[in-house]
Design a protein around this ligand. Structure first.
Ligand code: FAD
Length: 300
């Protein structure tokens, strides 16, 4: 119930624009690395010093104006340059709707191509984050077209979708991030119970670990992580074939513990003024995160 409320709030255009004006609020600063790339590079350096790499997300999604999409593209190009010039261990994650998928497919493709091309010069990976079901097939179309010319791009498989196994089989030669799925999707396309989603999540992770190029297991769920650790040991899968990923600010002790145990670890580092939708989805996933909000409100 609470999940539906936060997912609904995450799509509210008025609150999204208001949030941009007022900076990081409501505890968002604990899960968002900063409002600009300078602050973010500092956070990345701190994580790198602990043996943790980063994937950087210049926050933004569901953009409906060309000008805004071009601004987002230029900011992402700036992030690529900053990662390279600062010599930090990081790559880039982006959302297709941020660079124009809701405006025009070809316009979005050109923006994406420019980004992937710029990153390819530095041998930098670009991850195409996956959004809601309505954007799924067009996002795969973008990816498949890009793959004709570039190999520095990968994407996300959302375990709640019935079609996820087909998608992973088609893209097994890619570096893939596997997640449970963050949006509210109907039973027509997606599993609804935690048990079904977890079972499919494990099936997909095991498939890609055995058959795929490189697997990013993105979860805060210790049961899944422990299962993966057992699975890779039993199947003698090299630690260079996979990494764990978590979001910035979440389960920091566990992040460090896994990195210290010698597992590759990558933190998803969101930054920018468009933090509102991202933050609301995190509240939807884990209402305990409301504690962050309450603490911020009372610790003024
Ligand atoms: P949950 O199902 O939320 O939690 C399972 C259990 O883990 C909980 O019951 C609790 O016991 C424990 N747990 C979870 N969080 C905590 C915590 N903070 N502290 C203590 N215990 C905890 N989704 C998309 O749809 N598209 C994407 O492109 C995408 N990219 C992502 C990238 C990364 C790096 C990550 C980590 C997630 C991404 N997601 C994405 C979100 C993902 O789909 C899930 O919605 C989100 O990760 C919540 O699911 P979970 O696997 O972390 O565990």
């Amino acid at each position: 119930m609470l999940k539906d409320v936060f997912i609904g709030l995450s799509k509210n255009q008025f609150l999204t624009s208001a949030a941009k004006k007022y900076g990081l609020k409501l505890g968002a600063q604990t899960v968002v690395a900063g409002v600009d790339i300078g602050e973010t590079i500092k956070s990345i350096r701190e994580l790198n010093a602990k043996g943790i790499s980063c994937t950087v997300d210049n926050l933004g999604e569901f953009v409906f104006e060309k000008e805004e999409a071009l601004k987002a593209k230029n900011s992402i190009l700036e992030v690529i340059e900053s990662i390279h010039s600062n010599g930090v261990d990081a790559h880039v994650s982006l959302k297709p709707t941020q660079i124009g998928l809701d405006i025009d497919y070809d316009f979005c493709y050109e923006n994406l191509r420019e980004i992937v091309d710029a990153a390819s010069k530095y041998d930098m990976h670009i991850n195409l984050d996956m959004e809601d079901y309505g954007h799924l097939q067009p996002s795969y179309d973008l990816l498949d077209t890009l793959l004709k010319d570039y190999d520095n791009v990968g994407t996300v498989i959302q375990a709640y979708f019935y079609r996820a196994m087909d998608d992973i089989e088609k893209h097994k030669d890619l570096r893939l991030r596997i997640v449970k799925g963050a949006y509210k999707e109907p039973a027509e396309y997606a599993y609804q119970t935690a048990e079904e989603i977890d079972a499919n999540f494990i099936k997909l992770i095991e498939y890609h670990l055995l058959n795929g190029k490189f697997t990013s297991i993105a979860t805060h769920d210790h049961n899944i992580i422990n299962h993966v650790i057992d699975f890779v040991e039993k199947n003698s899968i090299s630690r260079d074939k996979f990494e764990f990923q978590m979001l910035y600010g979440f389960r920091k002790d566990m992040q460090l513990d896994l990195a210290n145990k010698g597992y590759h670890f990558c933190v998803y580092v969101p930054f920018g003024d468009d933090w509102y939708g991202y933050f609301m989805r995190r509240l939807a996933e884990r209402p305990q995160n409301l504690n962050l909000v309450v603490k911020q409100v009372f610790n003024k």
